[in-house]
Design a protein around this ligand. Structure first.
Ligand code: SIN
Length: 308
């Protein structure tokens, strides 16, 4: 009932973890393998190990979260090394790549191309937390050049993780670029970059890096995430699947993303706060809604949002 398929690869359900949350270490990835997440998505990887930004760098907020992690990760070689063990779970393994430069990205993607136990690459064009580095996804020329260089050699199934867009003109410009490449999927949205939260008790910011500015996730971003899924569903070639992410806490949230056009969803803040049991809970809630509404599969729901 909840199964989905992305570029010919079967997923036992449409729910998986979002890169970033609890997917950095070997133990965390193994834990994901044992969970009801239908795939294992790694933390975004860079050429070398990174400690990330200064602490505190994550804070739960009343309706979501703010983070400025700065891509702490083990370096891409480790995520390659873990692949054969992680594949024993039989789930798709998706390695997120977020090189600090175009040449880093190309080097990492080239190497992953020869690793059969990695099913997909999710190329992250949207981390807002690298000090001094703008989000690639907001630079349309750089995005196009990176994808051109990547698809000169890339044979691996590959998708991109996008930042949120807010203007129809920008959606159209980005979609025009993405439609030129054999992408397996787009993941939208990454956190809304450079938000600010004020604690009135201490009269201060709540995270240390970047003077308190950080990526906003959770319920705050759900309408923006739904809008991005919907717009890309309208504009992208139908062979590019859409993975929705942003503010999913319940089965009802997933149902909304499916209606807007997502073929799968990723869970970030809720997974951080609730742990791996969230996948089973949300899966059960989604199954219940589909039953109540007499839908047999999620394919009957995807993209069926009605206009009034
Ligand atoms: C981070 O590590 O700063 C978050 C990753 C991301 O937003 O892409």
């Amino acid at each position: 009932m909840l199964e989905t398929k992305i570029n010919g690869v079967n997923f036992s359900s449409c729910l998986m973890n979002a890169s970033g949350a609890r997917c950095e270490t070997y133990d965390e990835l193994i834990e994901l393998g044992k969970s009801k997440s239908s795939a294992i998505v790694s933390k975004s990887s860079t050429l070398e190990f990174r400690n990330g930004n200064e602490f505190p760098r994550y804070k739960k907020l009343p309706f979501g979260s703010i983070n400025s992690m700065g891509i702490p990760n083990l370096g891409y070689k480790k995520y390659i090394e873990f692949a054969s063990e992680l594949k024993k779970n039989g789930k798709p393994y998706i390695v997120s790549v977020s090189g600090l430069s175009e040449s880093d990205n190309i080097k990492i993607i080239k190497e992953i191309n020869s690793i059969s136990d990695i099913d997909f690459i999710e190329l992250n064009l949207s981390c807002p937390n690298i000090i001094g580095k703008p989000q690639v996804g907001y630079d349309f020329i750089q995005t196009k050049i990176l994808l051109e260089k990547t698809f000169e050699f890339n044979k691996k199934k590959l998708g991109v993780k996008l930042p949120p867009y807010f203007d129809f003109v920008h959606f159209e410009e980005v979609a025009k670029i993405l439609n030129q490449f054999p992408l397996s999927f787009v993941t939208c949205i990454n956190s809304i970059g450079n938000g600010l939260f004020v604690d009135i008790e201490s009269e201060s910011v709540v995270i240390k890096p970047k003077g308190g500015f950080g990526g906003i996730g959770g319920k705050y971003v759900k309408p923006t995430a739904l809008a991005n899924v919907r717009k890309f569903f309208e504009l992208l070639n139908k062979n590019i699947a859409i993975i929705g992410v942003g503010g999913i806490e319940t089965g009802i949230d997933v149902f909304e993303f499916l209606l807007c056009g997502a073929s799968a969803v990723q869970i970030g803040t809720t997974f951080v706060e609730e742990g791996a049991k969230c996948f089973e809970r949300i899966e059960n809630e989604l199954r219940e809604i589909l039953k109540q509404k007499n839908y047999k599969t999620i394919d009957d729901v995807i993209g069926k949002l009605k206009l009034i």
